[in-house]
Write a protein that binds this ligand. Structure first.
Ligand code: NAD
Length: 497
């Protein structure tokens, strides 16, 4: 791609060869894998190879672990003002090279350009927030006179960095999700190893260059590329890692939880967000939000609306409006500004959506729109009369499918919503303030949105899942707290006035 020929990206790419080969960033150096093995990164639009990336093995993973472990002292001692300065500079550089990041993400992930621009902007903003957070890292002082046994004592409760944070990120927000882990980790004074998804790792390799140029000391940030099955376990098991911040599927999250040992764990996992549409709602708003929630980035979002629980009495009207509005969701090349729905990430993803749609159709669902694939594109699909006997009612779809389940009333909607093993996001459309509040309290999900589809962006509001959707919360301030530990120093007073 033309943008990679700029001199700024020169260290990132190996010299020679027709197809660019990207390096890894370990201990402040741009390196290849010890085995010299690489793997291809494909453009989901046409499945052409756009670049090759290093295939790290256990030796490389150990090198990254050693580097991060050794650097943890240097970042801890890097003053907060300096950490803030580096993060701010990184944000400025991301702005400067925004076009390069946008073009890269569009090519490697198939994300439509308008959505990708939002992702890069959000990552930049997150860096600015993190630079402010560096200056906002303090604990508390507790006097002993709350207890008769502690009159002669007081404590300083301070926040300290954890040490080494291992950040493992998924394909769907290849830049933003990783930055949401890395920025607060550095703000808190940790060193970091990042392992991005093998589907679209290039933007994160480029981000390592941004951190290098921003002046982060050697070893504080390490970027390793390779498959989770090759290098995952050695990093997850390592005693050099103090915290794992993982975003990805529930299956991999559960594997990590099983083998990680005594480490702080942050897991952001799968979802199956319900949208409850009640008969008293603003129907036009509900239709727009449901489509946005179901179709943005082809539904490849953990917070995608993937079950629409509509009250029977307005279901026909709702469906009619959905059918009219869905025509606006233009499918096409993600490079085209008018495109709203691009390809899915890979063949496996398309096959999973096909499987769930076909299972629903075999069990009596009605196909009103789409249902077909072309290459890695899956057409925006509307399934009506979905029932709880169908797999699509429970399994993560990760595709552009509006899954309509007609319910008798509000109580039935709440019951079905809560029967899911997932508990990440939910939303409800109603003008009844009592029902909105009741749903807000009773829905078993980390976040409940009222009259809006789930959307998280910057992380201004804390974000995370319950049940099989994860452990812990991310977001401005919240991530920083999760990435520090409480350290208490107790003073005994020898002097009584
Ligand atoms: P995935 O679980 O396949 O991969 C996520 C990351 O884990 C990748 O970097 C992958 O290489 C790595 N990995 C895979 N096996 C590993 C192993 N054994 N050890 C260590 N690392 C391993 O997920 P994905 O397909 O990239 O992303 C989609 C999933 O992520 C969906 O389930 C989605 O709901 C979830 N997700 C959740 C959130 C959230 O905030 N809750 C956000 C985005 C995506």
């Amino acid at each position: 791609m033309a943008v990679w020929s700029k001199s700024f990206w020169r260290p990132v790419i190996k010299k020679g060869g027709k197809i660019p080969v990207f390096n890894m960033f370990i201990n402040g150096e741009w390196v290849g894998s010890a085995s010299s093995e690489t793997f291809d990164v494909l453009n989901p639009h046409d499945q052409s190879v756009i670049a090759k990336v290093q295939k790290a093995g256990v030796y490389d993973a150990r090198k990254a672990l050693d580097a991060a472990y050794k650097a943890r002292g240097s970042v801890k001692n890097l003053r907060a003002v300096k950490r803030a300065e580096i993060l701010e500079k990184a944000a400025d550089l991301l702005e400067k090279y925004k076009r390069d990041f946008v073009d890269t993400i569009v090519a490697e992930s198939g994300k439509p350009i308008c959505v990708t621009e939002g992702e890069v902007n959000a990552a930049k903003e997150r860096l600015y927030y993190a630079s402010e957070e560096c200056k906002d890292l303090y604990g508390e002082e507790i006097t002993g006179d709350l207890s008769p046994h502690k009159f002669d004592k007081f404590a300083m409760v301070i926040r300290q960095p954890l040490g080494v944070v291992l950040a493992i990120s998924p394909f769907n927000y290849p830049l933003h999700i990783a930055v949401c882990k890395i920025a607060p980790a550095i703000a808190a004074g940790n060193s970091v190893i990042c392992k991005p998804s093998s589907q679209d790792p290039i933007c994160m390799i480029m981000f390592a260059r941004i951190l290098e140029a921003a002046g982060l000391p050697k070893g504080v940030f390490n970027l390793i590329t390779g498959t989770g099955s090759d290098i995952g376990d050695v990093m997850i098991n390592s005693e050099k890692v103090n915290m794992i911040s993982f975003t990805g599927s529930t299956a991999v999250g559960q594997h990590i939880a099983k083998i990680c040992g005594m480490k702080k764990l942050h897991l952001e996992l799968g979802g199956k967000a319900p949208a409850i549409v009640l008969s008293d709602c603003d129907l036009d708003l509900a239709v727009k939000e449901v489509l946005k929630g179901a179709l943005t980035f082809s539904g490849q979002r953990c917070d995608a609306i993937s079950r629409v629980l509509v009250e029977e009495k307005i279901a026909d009207k709702f469906v009619k409006k959905i059918m009219k509005e869905i025509k606006k969701w233009k499918v096409g090349n993600p490079k085209d500004r008018k495109t709203l729905v691009g390809p899915l990430i890979n063949e496996k993803a398309v096959q999973k959506v096909e499987l769930l749609v076909n299972d629903a159709l075999e069990k009596g669902a009605k196909l009103l729109h789409g249902g077909k694939r072309k290459g890695l594109y899956f057409m925006p699909t509307v399934l009506d009369y979905v029932t709880t006997k169908m797999r699509i009612a429970w399994e993560e779809t990760f595709g552009p499918v509006v899954t309509i389940i007609r319910v008798r009333n509000y109580e039935e909607a709440i019951r079905i919503a809560n029967e899911s093993e997932y508990g990440l996001d939910a939303c409800i459309f109603t003008k009844d303030i009592d029902k909105a509040l009741d749903a807000g309290l009773r829905l078993e999900d980390g976040t409940v949105s009222i009259n809006a589809s789930p959307s998280h962006g910057l992380g201004l509001f804390p974000f995370g899942g319950d049940k099989a959707s994860g452990i812990g919360r991310e977001g401005i301030r919240h991530s920083l707290m999760e990435m520090t530990k409480v350290h208490t120093i107790i003073f005994k007073k020898n002097y009584e006035p």
